[in-house]
Design a protein around this ligand. Structure first.
Ligand code: ADP
Ligand code: 5GP
Length: 200
């Protein structure tokens, strides 16, 4: 499950809400060249890497997708996603809109969700509330305008007004997606080999 939103749109809080709600969701940790913010832990929030380390990972094909956002490199290690899938859990990827498009191209079965703020005023208030400096808010607002323009390409659009409701809606999307026939054909096939006449 890929969740995108403009910066301040709620990706981080929605992700933690999902992870708390149900153990079937797991965060696939991504890597970045940006500096660690206070309170962030290496390997939990991000793998913090240097630019040469990032470029090496990219050149070696170890990134599923990557993007440069606000001057820093970000990328999803293939390993992170595979580790989550291997445990039968749903990888939650909170990445930018370009990354979301790359993932959808590679894995059409991925489900993409765009979180839309109720309005831009609220987005600015949330960015300020997070402690972003005014110049950062201005840059993020401009980027938000262009990101929102591509929201129509996502599978689902969720308006992040009341947080508990947003979390419930994103969880409901995952719930229904896992029930899609195309994702469960192996279960249907298994009926073909069940119970023979001689077993009766
Ligand atoms: P992102 O990860 O997309 O940049 P965050 O999850 O950091 O966004 O959210 C930005 C700020 O807005 C945070 O301080 C967060 O607590 C707050 N926030 C997010 N969603 C809501 C909401 N629905 N109601 C109130 N505050 C919210
Ligand atoms: P921040 O620096 O605020 O944590 O994140 C900045 C932006 O980069 C956010 O939109 C975030 O979702 C995005 N991002 C984080 N990790 C990745 C990643 O691995 N790939 C891509 N494409 N974007 C990412």
């Amino acid at each position: 499950m890929v969740i995108s939103a403009p910066s301040g749109g709620g990706k981080t809080v929605v992700r933690s809400g999902l992870l708390k709600l149900n153990r079937k969701f797991a965060f696939s940790v991504t890597c970045t060249t940006r500096a660690r913010r206070p309170g962030e832990t290496d390997g939990k929030d991000y793998y913090f890497v240097t630019v040469p380390q990032f470029l090496k990972l990219r050149a070696e094909g170890k990134l599923l997708e990557w993007a440069k956002v606000h001057g820093n490199y970000y990328g999803t290690p293939v390993k992170s996603v595979m580790a989550v899938l291997g445990k039968g859990r749903i990888p939650v990827m909170t990445i930018d809109v370009k990354g979301a498009r790359s993932v959808k191209k590679l894995f059409p079965e991925a489900v993409t969700v765009f979180l839309l703020p109720p309005d831009l005023k609220t987005l600015v208030q949330r960015l300020r509330g997070r402690g972003e400096a005014p110049e950062n808010v201005a840059v993020r607002l401009e980027t938000a305008r262009s990101e929102i323009k591509v929201a129509s390409g996502f599978d689902y659009l969720v308006i992040n007004d009341r947080l508990p409701e947003t979390i419930r809606e994103v969880a409901a999307i995952a719930e229904l997606e896992t029930l899609k026939t195309a994702r469960n054909l192996d279960k249907v096939r298994s009926f073909g080999t069940q119970l023979d006449r001689k077993d009766l």
